[in-house]
Design a protein around this ligand. Sequence first.
Ligand SMILES: [Zn+2]
Length: 149
Amino acid sequence: MVERSGKILATLTAAAILALGLWTAYYYLWARHAYIVTAYCNCPICINVKDFQDGKFANNKPVHWGAVAADKSIPFGSRVELVPFLPTDWFSINRFLGGQKEFVVEDRGGKIKGRHIDIFFPDSMGGHQTAKKWGVRRMRVKINGRLAE
Ligand SMILES: [Zn+2]
């Protein structure tokens, strides 16, 4: 009996060490590089500065699907590609973005600083309701083809 519980304990310890190792590897190799990915639309709730509700992005182009807002350090016209990793990432991209992973930086936002990408949802992509369902996600991104650290 003592010998048997010893074996169970050893197995549980090994499983715990393995799980911790996998989590540590996931965190250091992947998750800590993740960007915050949020969503917005052209409504007064999402754009709370009246002058900015003009149907145009910060670069003066008319709003359209396929655009994102990003930090000032990422120039307009830069390509941002979402890099799915976990099954939930694939689900989010297929369910809310119609499978699209590549976007172009066209906009800025007062709260869009640093490692933060904000995806624009026009009405044709579900507008505010879809932006709200998207919520706040974390995902790694490529900027102009390079995996962002
Ligand atoms: Zn909105």
